[in-house]
Design a protein around this ligand. Structure first.
Ligand code: HEC
Ligand code: HEC
Ligand code: HEC
Length: 277
């Protein structure tokens, strides 16, 4: 009859087959779109956009984890981190196994302690006292037996108020044992010491237990905990700031860190116990 659709009375199976065809077509289409846009096997045209979007969603927790991983790399037992352009034999022995960022345990102070390794050798904080000897502190320069300075961080530029920039980037404050007759002996072990050389030659052949024993040899006169802040940042500290070349106003600032607000701030928020008497 005219005007009427031709055939509406399809059997039900036709609708079912039609539906299946649609699903198959849709699946193939999605597959094809994925292949072109994101699939690692295709041209991946949208992957840069996806990356960009993910970068926009930065997570502080993830960032902290990555930083921690960096730290872990630095403190790995086998990792030898370069001591700034000093030949191996002139480096302190600690750097065979520790890096410039050796402190990691206490979250609150590690960054501050690690900062101090820029101008101290490890022994300045970690050396064990010796009977019959005083410990005195002097600037140690691996290239000179009698360094004259000016040394890092000892004075302010009166015009800018910043620390004066110095040419000597190698000298660090280092401990010496002094006996009653005034003889001085460096408390620093260098990598050219026979024991250190020996260790470096054989370390790849050692078992973990053997390594642990060697570690103990290098730690003989090393205290597990270093000096606390107030051992230096106070009037009766262990360092003679004047003899070390610090100017009077710089000395006052270093001795009174806690009064000046800076360490009071740290004390409150970071290191509740370190300053307690
Ligand atoms: C032969 C490798 C080796 C040498 C050399 C070495 N250490 Fe260690 N040290 C280790 C290992 C391994 C540990 C334990 C793991 C850690 O805490 O990183 C350690 C731990 C320490 C500790 C924490 C306390 C402890 O006993 O666990 C201090 C402090 C320390 N070392 C200081 C030093 C200083 C200072 C020197 C240089 C005089 C030095 N180390 C040389 C391997 C070494
Ligand atoms: C300004 C002083 C100071 C200097 C310099 C210093 N340390 Fe320490 N160190 C400390 C103190 C304080 C502790 C104890 C920290 C704590 O209780 O968390 C410590 C603890 C450590 C520990 C064990 C705890 C940790 O955080 O992993 C290691 C390992 C260590 N020092 C290695 C070194 C090495 C290697 C050097 C030289 C590159 C060095 N230290 C230089 C003060 C110092
Ligand atoms: C062995 C002595 C010693 C110990 C221990 C020590 N410091 Fe220091 N600290 C110094 C000296 C010396 C300087 C300055 C070095 C330079 O400028 O040449 C300094 C610098 C600083 C500075 C930078 C100040 C500035 O004006 O540049 C801060 C902050 C500081 N220390 C905080 C601390 C804290 C917090 C602790 C304990 C976790 C600590 N120090 C442990 C000796 C020490």
């Amino acid at each position: 009859m005219a005007g009427e659709p031709k055939r509406l009375n399809h059997p039900k199976s036709v609708y079912v087959i039609g539906f299946i065809f649609k699903i198959v077509t849709l699946t193939v289409l999605i597959g094809a779109i994925y292949q072109v846009t994101f699939s690692p096997h295709g041209p991946a045209v949208l992957v840069p956009i996806q990356k960009h979007y993910e970068e926009g969603q930065k997570s502080d927790i993830l960032d902290e984890v990555r930083r921690q991983e960096e730290y872990e790399k630095h403190r790995h037992f086998h990792n030898v981190v370069e001591y700034p352009s000093l030949p191996e034999s002139m480096r302190p022995v600690c750097y065979i196994c520790h890096s410039d960022y050796p402190h990691s345990k206490s979250k609150k102070v590690r960054a501050l302690l690690n900062m101090h390794t820029q101008f101290f050798v490890c022994e300045t904080c970690h050396i064990e006292e010796r009977k019959g000897a005083n410990i005195i502190y002097k600037w140690y320069d691996p290239y000179s037996s009698n360094p004259q300075g000016p040394f890092f961080g000892t004075s302010y530029d009166p015009e800018t108020g910043n620390l004066v920039e110095v040419e000597d980037l190698f000298s660090k404050i280092s401990p010496y044992f002094e006996d009653s007759e005034g003889n001085q002996e460096s408390a620093l072990q260098l990598q050219n010491a026979p024991q250190a050389q020996d260790y470096m030659n054989v370390r790849d052949m050692l078992t973990p237990e053997q390594r642990d024993n060697v570690k103990k040899k290098f730690h003989v006169s090393i205290k597990p905990k270093g000096h606390e802040c107030k051992n230096c940042h106070s009037k009766k500290g262990i360092l003679n700031y004047k003899e070390l070349g610090f100017t009077t106003n710089r000395t006052i600032d270093l001795e009174q860190l806690n009064i000046k607000g800076m360490v009071t701030k740290y004390e409150k928020f970071y290191i509740p116990n370190l300053f307690a008497d």
